[in-house]
Write a protein that binds this ligand. Structure first.
Ligand code: UD1
Length: 418
């Protein structure tokens, strides 16, 4: 595993082009299995989650080619409906293939998915939704076995608005017989993006972005070309980095509407933020003021995927903050590492109590998940002195060209082999 060596204290200046959204591309890659044809995904991000998903598609019999920044997936010859343990463990999003595999082959056999260790992360809502479409499901020895004679549309009420369950059910329902209605659906913008993609290859989906999604099953889908949306979490991470380090940066290719909950907090912290068309400019001149509380919520609330980075920021604000994590049970695992850098944080259940200190000091720390790892990188960039961040394969899962982009903004960060 590589590590980052970071000499902190540099202010960040300049423009940064935001990558295509990981959480949009992953379900769209899964949806490519439904196409039975060629699908071109434009400007795919250079992240290991995408590379692993492409490997899984290869095992299912899909052919993938990289052309410049694009990935072309040809699922014409897909002939396998099984995802073995070694691959499923690589990423959580392997579970998105349940819906497409059942829709295409009427069968699926998938090992329980891996991914970031940030909580229990059950898949019960995915499975109960698929059952409502007529799928019989058996779980045994770490595998989920699904089969059906045919998929039939139905009304599905989700107990909570799970992003993955909403997407999985959409992916199965597009080829089901009749109409499906998903109630209490997640409203994340990536779900709207999935709807756009599915409709572009012949599906009939409407309502994504609201709490009710309606899918009219069609007999067949086809190929196409699609540009997924920009990565609001990567954009948020760079903006928080600039807020922590000082300076002025421009996040390019992202609309402010997708991260308004973050921008609202950063303004309270004392940052000046301007947005125009698809650019967000953040300027930090003086010291940072703490925000009283931040609570993670489903979209449009404050995203759990920016919780760790924002907690790192709160550590160097004047005053105290309470951060509440409502989505995942163990998403404060990075806190002991931040403490090594001088953070004053107490975690009690879902809450982290942060008492702001002047600054971080450089230290040797270990990333334990994707966003927690990003928080450690940001803390090191803002710290006085030298830091080493180990196990950066976690950040490689979601941040393409991370150190190049940070260096272009003026950060002193290099990757080194361990
Ligand atoms: C997706 C995102 C992830 C983000 C999360 C919440 C992708 C690839 N990943 O993950 O980056 O952090 O949304 O915005 O898009 N739950 C159940 N049963 C289920 C499914 C979920 O109880 O069957 C619970 C989870 O434990 C969690 C909550 O629902 O407490 C939200 O999880 P969910 O929205 O499903 O997250 P993911 O789709 O895994």
């Amino acid at each position: 595993m590589d590590k980052y060596i970071i000499n902190g204290g540099n202010k960040l200046y300049g423009g940064v082009k935001i990558q295509t959204a990981k959480n949009s591309v992953l379900p769209i890659l899964a949806a490519a299995v439904l196409a039975g044809d060629k699908v071109r995904i434009l400007n795919a991000p250079h992240i290991t989650d995408v590379a692993n998903m492409v490997r899984i598609l290869g095992c299912l019999g899909c052919r993938s080619v990289y052309e410049g920044e694009d990935i072309i997936i040809d699922s014409t010859c897909a002939d396998c409906f099984e995802i073995p343990r070694e691959l499923a463990h690589e990423l959580r999003s392997s579970v998105f293939l349940l819906g497409p595999l059942i829709a295409r082959f009427k069968r699926a056999r998938i090992a329980y998915p891996g991914g970031c260790d940030i909580g229990l992360r059950p898949v019960d809502l995915h499975l109960s939704g698929l059952k409502r479409l007529g799928v019989s499901i058996r779980e045994s020895n770490g595998y989920i076995y699904c089969e059906c004679e045919k998929l039939c549309g139905n009304e599905i009420m989700l107990d909570c608005p799970s992003v993955g369950a909403t997407e999985n059910i959409m992916l199965a329902a597009v080829l089901a017989e009749g109409d499906t209605v998903i109630k209490n659906a997640a409203r994340e913008p990536e779900i709207e993006d999935l709807q756009k993609f599915l409709n572009s290859i012949g599906a009939k989906v409407r309502g994504a972005g609201s709490g009710t999604i309606a899918v009219s099953g069609v007999k067949k889908l086809g190929g196409g070309e699609f540009q997924p949306m920009a990565d609001r979490i990567e954009a948020g991470t760079f903006l928080i980095a600039a807020a922590m380090c000082g300076g002025e940066i421009e996040a390019q290719g992202i609309s402010s509407e997708f991260i308004s909950s973050l921008l609202h907090k950063l303004r309270e912290n004392g940052c000046k933020i301007y947005s125009k068309n698809d650019k967000i400019i953040l300027k930090r001149l003086g010291g940072l003021v703490s925000v009283k509380s931040i609570e993670t919520q489903p979209y449009p609330g404050f995203p759990t995927d920016l919780q760790a980075q924002m907690t790192a920021l709160c550590c160097i604000c004047r005053g105290q903050s309470i951060i509440t994590e409502n989505l995942f049970e163990t998403r404060f695992k990075y806190v002991p590492e931040l403490r090594k850098m001088g953070a004053d944080i107490t975690v009690a259940g879902r809450n982290a109590f942060v008492r702001g200190t002047e600054k971080f000091n450089g230290a040797t720390v270990v990333a334990c998940d994707l966003r927690g790892g990003a928080a450690l990188v940001l803390a090191a960039l803002a710290a006085e002195g030298r830091s080493e961040v180990f196990d950066i394969s976690h950040t490689d899962r979601g941040y393409g060209m991370f150190e190049y982009k940070l260096r272009s903004l003026g950060a002193d960060i290099v990757r080194a082999a361990v």
